[in-house]
Design a protein around this ligand. Structure first.
Ligand code: APR
Ligand code: PHB
Length: 389
């Protein structure tokens, strides 16, 4: 069997790339290790930058997002019992869209079904061969049978634990990593959001975030120990702790209810360089991870997809390889800036074990500077709505 591009991984990166390539008449086969239901069951962040909103439009999958998503033109930052607002629309010409990653993925699968695109679920033992030659191929097992696909290019969209990144030899690749000494305990509940904009709260007891999916579905997080388990937290204990960490005016109006999902995510910053090896290109979590503060994971994946889509289109349209040759450089330039923002925002908002009184004063001074300085707010707003591609 032969196709133009094998896409390893049917998460949002692989699906968005597949859809954009399809619209350019470029054939792709998507190989996904899990079932479709499993992929659609994962709960991830839900804030889309303007760039991703535009890409959803280009991919023709923005209809539901436009009706069900919420445009947010600012966010609240809580500390020291009070809140201030960063107004994105005032400081930039842009806003963000609150729309769950699960919904993005569902819309992309629906679009893929409509195009009749070849998507293989529950595949095993994906191996990428000869990526450093002009004739790469991919082998995999499915339903007890072995398969072989010849292709022009391989897009490694298989997340942090995938095979694509590891296909690039150690001698060629450099990994950069920072692991944070805490995690986020997240709860999804069928309750109205406490506020119509997100609230990021720094408190002496640790970070908290009030987010949402829609008018009847809220998403809340509290910073927790990396060794903690969701089983240690009853719903009541979670709500009590959340209330202690957010400013009183929000705590007083918080509506609580049973959790419908509760999980802990570790926090990590990770980048691999380069993002291309021969005819293999890494996209999204396969190449980089950000801590969730600021919700840049999916958004950074989207900018990779944008650069790769442009490069491949240029190659197939007129044989010009400039776009794919500069892919890694362009993607990484933006990835590192987004890493900086996610790292800065994480440092600003969390309580660190072993933090000295001086360190705490620095955090508070930086928060006060952000509260009082329009220039600092403009810098935050620019990053939050998303740096240009
Ligand atoms: N073979 C085939 N598929 C694989 C393999 C493999 N060896 N390993 C992993 N996969 C699949 C996973 O099952 C998953 O569905 O690749 C997909 C990768 O999807 P994500 O982890 O969601 O990564 P990505 O598509 O890059 O999405 C970007 O943004 O908010 C962040 O981490 C969040 O998922 C999000 C990401
Ligand atoms: C979420 O809604 O899950 C979310 C929102 C903003 C973040 C992180 C997560 O910064």
């Amino acid at each position: 069997m032969r196709t133009q591009v094998v896409i390893v991984g049917g998460g949002p990166s692989g699906l968005l790339l597949g859809q954009l390539l399809h619209l350019a008449g470029i054939d792709a086969v998507i190989l996904e290790r899990k079932s479709r239901d499993y992929v659609l069951g994962r709960i991830r962040a839900g804030v889309l930058e303007r760039g991703l909103v535009d890409l959803m439009g280009q991919a023709g999958v923005d209809a539901r997002m436009k009706t069900e998503g919420f445009v947010h033109d600012g966010t609240l930052i809580g500390y020291d019992g009070e809140m201030f607002r960063v107004d994105f629309a005032h400081h930039t010409d842009a806003t963000v869209m609150v729309y769950g990653q699960t919904e993005v993925t569902r819309d992309l699968y629906d679009a893929r079904d409509a195009t009749g695109g070849d998507t293989r679920f529950e595949v095993d033992n994906v191996v990428i061969h000869d990526a450093d030659t002009d004739a790469p191929f991919v082998t995999f097992d499915q339903g007890g049978e072995s398969h072989h696909i010849d292709c022009d290019f391989v897009a490694g969209c298989d997340g942090f634990h995938g095979v694509s990144r590891k296909t690039i030899p150690d001698a060629v690749r450099t990994d950069f990593e920072k692991v944070y000494p805490f995690g986020w305990l997240g709860v999804l509940s069928e309750t109205p959001p406490v506020n119509d904009e997100l609230i990021y709260a720094n408190s002496a007891r640790g970070f908290a975030l009030c987010s949402m999916r829609n008018a009847q579905l809220s998403r809340y997080y509290i910073q927790c120990d990396t060794a903690d388990s969701p089983d240690n937290w009853t719903d009541d204990a979670f709500w009590d702790e959340l209330r202690r960490r957010i400013p009183a005016e929000a705590a007083e109006t918080l509506i609580t209810g049973p959790s419908i999902e509760k999980s802990i995510a570790p926090l990590r910053s990770f980048v691999t360089e380069p993002m291309r090896w021969g005819r293999l290109f890494l996209c999204g979590d396969a190449a980089h991870i950000v801590p969730p503060t600021g919700a840049k994971g999916l958004n950074t994946a989207a900018s990779d997809v944008h650069y790769l889509n442009q490069g491949l289109r240029q190659f197939y349209a007129d044989g010009d390889s400039h776009g794919i040759d500069t892919y890694s450089q362009k993607a990484l330039a933006r990835v590192w800036k987004t890493q900086r923002f996610s790292w800065w925002f994480s440092n600003l908002m969390h309580h660190y074990p072993g933090q000295t009184d001086f360190d705490k004063k620095m955090q508070l001074a930086e928060l006060a500077f952000l509260r009082d300085s329009p220039e600092a707010q403009a810098a935050m707003a620019l990053n939050y709505v998303g740096l240009p591609y």
